[in-house]
Design a protein. Structure first.
Length: 257
């Protein structure tokens, strides 16, 4: 393994020969949290809640984060408490400027090299996933995008969401690996049979509630309750490259003459 892979993962690599399906969360996973793209969505969610409930933005943000922590997504809270039409919310909050997204050629090459099928699985809309992967030059790589509308608006970490994903795309979790930046979203994935990878960021702050924030390395190192996570990485491209190395056939021993 090259020096570039050193320190990429905290758990020693095993074999990835069982993996037929590579499943990636979108926001802060497929693209790095450091580009802060999700901040645009976050701001638009606050604006939506403010207008819907006729609240000052400060109060609307409190409601927004409360629903996110308690219901899995802000949208789920708004649907369950206020009976809103989810399509209005999804359209508004995801119409964002994608220019902060970086070009990641190493990630693109690694994804293209993976054997089997690749999917994006997001708590956002399918359209959001398609826009982001298109902007990043990754859309041609994926076999499908799964948005929250495909799960009848049941978000991760609800088990029904994972079942809906697996049924729609004929995915056997025991032959699949799941990449995600929220530790709580990997627990049901592990229960279902997925190999799990937590993608942490280098950001040292988060505006999300502590129980539902993207993982940082400090969070990972300080948490003993991550038994449902098989691997941890701060560099998705390097992790995939290292996984690919394990899939290469071993060189036969040299014969002596």
């Amino acid at each position: 393994m090259s020096d570039r892979h050193a320190g990429v993962h905290l758990t020693p690599f095993g074999s990835f020969g069982h993996v037929r399906n590579w499943v990636f969360d979108l926001d802060n996973t497929l693209y790095p949290a450091e580009c802060d793209l999700f901040a645009e969505i976050d701001t638009r969610m606050t604006d939506f809640v403010s207008r819907l409930l006729n609240l000052p933005r400060t109060d609307a943000r409190i409601v927004q984060k409360k629903y996110y922590a308690e219901h899995g997504t802000t949208l789920s809270g708004l649907m369950e408490v206020h009976k809103i039409d989810p399509s209005d919310f999804l359209h508004y909050v995801h119409e964002i400027d994608l220019s902060p997204l970086p070009d990641l050629p190493l990630l693109r090459t690694a994804l293209e090299s993976l054997p089997g099928r690749k999917f994006v699985y997001t708590n956002g809309s399918r359209r959001h996933a398609e826009r982001v992967t298109e902007k990043m030059g990754l859309a041609h790589i994926f076999n499908g995008s799964f948005g929250i509308e495909d799960a009848s608006y049941a978000p991760k970490p609800r088990p029904a969401s994972y079942s809906a994903f697996s049924a729609l795309h004929d995915v056997d979790p025991n032959e699949s690996i799941f990449f995600e930046d929220l530790a709580r979203n990997l627990a049901p994935a592990k229960d279902a049979g997925f190999t799990t990878v937590l993608v942490h960021s280098e950001k040292d702050w988060s505006h999300e509630p502590i129980e539902a924030r993207p993982a940082s390395l400090a969070d990972v190192l300080g948490d003993d309750g991550l038994g449902h996570i098989d691997y941890v990485t701060g560099d998705l491209a390097a992790f995939l490259e290292a996984a690919l190395e394990t899939l290469k056939p071993a060189c036969p021993p040299e014969t002596q003459t």
